[in-house]
Design a protein around this ligand. Structure first.
Ligand code: GAP
Length: 503
């Protein structure tokens, strides 16, 4: 991460904690790595994202239905899906300090001038370029000066430690000690079902919600009047024992997914893949990820899993690097065929009209709720100025969330705590709540400070009751983004905000 990116990330994490978006889990006991809690503002933001997804994906469409399957399922599901054998990350340990790393995220970075090695370090990074950057930033000032002086003559070599040629020693990013060879580590959390704790009672916390959908595909077909092409959508918790959770909530051990399995005729799979790929990208843009930081990256043939025909990632340029928010894949008939084989149940589909029987192909758009929250937080974060009570510009931090996602839609203030203003403001606040709006009432401190608190929370509208309200029944509505203030009738506030928050 560059210094600016690092600073931005630190500010975001601090704001998330200070304003009650995201807290480290179990903090009073020193925390637990890879687990996070969402505070009062965070839970609203997260719910709004899931709600927007459910509305747009399930309720607004005729070809989609929802599901809520259990987290612990028959362990045979994970044999059929391939997770028991293949859901591994390569793991390396430091022989000196015992730190543990994902081998595909550790690089040996060397800078050479001819045969002379100027720098040789192990760093944790997502790609070669960030590895080089991290190595330079981690070097002491003397080495950094030498690197700058000899910049044109240096040859850089960044190799992932699980791909090092024989004889080259991988180095620990923490202490510089030697690393072990990579070995496989299965990321599923294991538990036991029932009173016996032996191999017969082993079960797993699901590492994805998708398999619950495949396991229920036949139930859904048999009980709803739905026909291929159709999709099943599910939002829920998933668990992965990540070796190195990092980058705030980006890689957690407990997280939520929003997944769609869309079943279609094999001949139509390419068309539906393109449809969902574009649709999912547009969904994020529509909710405010409008900057050039969002991109759609189609995978090269070599990157594809053996069963996949096509795959694309919706990626976001987070301060710590560009990474996946959601993957959209054409998974062919792999999953249903596997479950048919392992369960012995017929999972083919009979088309009444064409009299054809086939195993449907599946298009899978699979997104992470927590990663979406993080991207929306990063995109919303701005520092600018807003005038104080005397019209003088003051610096402010403002979260410019899309109104549909904003945790609080409207804040209502009495200008002062007397002359009937609190009563008038409380009435408006109650009317907003009755209209289903997340409303916040605040009568403490100067009104400028109250505005700034709401700017940090990302509240799109602030309503102030003042002396004029008591004579002509109007209030000011201040717009978070334009800072424009307009006077409207107090009894129209709920309708005014409702109309503008987009649902
Ligand atoms: N069913 C396919 C599947 O699970 P995936 O790429 O492993 O695919 C899908 O996960 C999405 O879940 C990712 O794009 C990401 O948004 C989210 N996700 C995966 N692992 C995560 C983790 N450790 N922490 C937070 N989100 C994660």
């Amino acid at each position: 991460m560059t210094q600016n990116a690092n600073e931005l990330m630190e500010k975001l994490v601090a704001l998330a904690k200070r304003r009650g978006f995201i807290f480290p889990s179990s903090e009073i006991y020193g925390g637990i790595n890879g687990f996070w809690d969402y505070g009062p503002l965070g839970v609203e933001l997260k719910r709004n994202i899931k709600e927007a997804w459910w509305q747009d994906i399930v309720r607004k469409r005729d070809d989609m239905v929802g599901l809520d399957s259990s987290i612990i399922m028959n362990p045979k599901i994970w044999e059929a899906s391939g997770h028991v054998v293949n859901f591994n990350d390569p793991l390396v340990d430091c022989k000196a300090c015992r730190a543990r790393f994902r081998a595909d995220k550790v690089f040996l970075v060397e800078a050479k001038e001819g045969e002379n090695v100027l720098l040789a370090v192990g760093v944790e990074a997502d790609d070669e370029e960030s590895a080089k950057q991290a190595a330079i930033e981690g070097a002491n000032s003397k080495t950094r000066r030498r690197i700058e002086d000899k910049a044109d003559r240096l040859a850089w070599d960044m190799v992932r430690v699980d791909k090092l040629a024989e004889g080259r020693q991988a180095l620990c990013p923490k202490c510089g000690g030697a690393l072990t060879d990579a070995r496989k580590f299965n990321m599923m959390f294991k538990t036991f079902v029932g009173a016996m704790e032996d191999s017969s009672s082993v079960a797993y916390l699901r590492p994805e919600t998708a398999q619950g959908i495949f396991a229920n595909y036949k139930n859904v077909l048999d009980t709803s009047r739905i026909k291929v092409p159709f999709g099943i959508a599910q939002v829920g918790k998933s668990f992965r024992n990540e070796i190195n959770p990092r980058n705030f909530t980006f890689r957690s051990r407990e997280f939520e997914q929003m997944e769609i399995e869309f079943f279609c005729h094999p001949n139509e799979a390419d068309k539906w893949y393109e449809y969902w790929r574009d649709e999912r990208y547009k969904w994020y843009v529509g909710l405010g990820l409008t900057s050039a930081k969002l991109r759609l990256r189609c995978h090269e043939k070599e990157e594809l899993a053996h069963y996949a025909r096509a795959c694309a990632d919706v990626e976001y340029a987070f301060p710590f690097g560009t990474s996946e928010l959601e993957g959209i894949a054409n998974r062919t008939d792999f999953d249903l065929s596997q479950h048919q084989k392992y369960s012995g149940k017929d999972l083919s589909y009979y088309d009444d009209e064409t009299k054809e029987r086939f195993i449907p192909y599946v298009i899978e758009p699979s997104g992470g709720v927590d990663r979406a929250v993080l991207a929306f937080l990063c995109e919303a974060y701005r520092e600018d100025t807003a005038p104080d009570e005397n019209g003088n510009p003051q610096p402010r931090t403002v979260m410019k969330f899309h109104p549909r996602l904003a945790p609080t839609k409207v804040a209502v203030f009495p200008l002062v705590k007397k002359d009937g203003m609190p009563e008038a403001a409380t009435k408006i606040h109650n009317e907003c709540k009755a209209a289903g709006l997340a409303s916040f009432y605040d009568e403490k401190s100067a009104v400028g400070r109250r505005y700034r608190r709401q700017d940090e929370a990302g509240t799109p509208y602030c309503v102030t009751v003042d002396g004029q309200t008591l004579t002509d029944g109007t209030v000011t509505v201040r717009n978070r983004d334009t800072l424009a203030q307009e006077r409207i009738s107090a009894d129209k506030v709920a309708a005014y905000v409702h109309e503008r928050v987009g649902f």
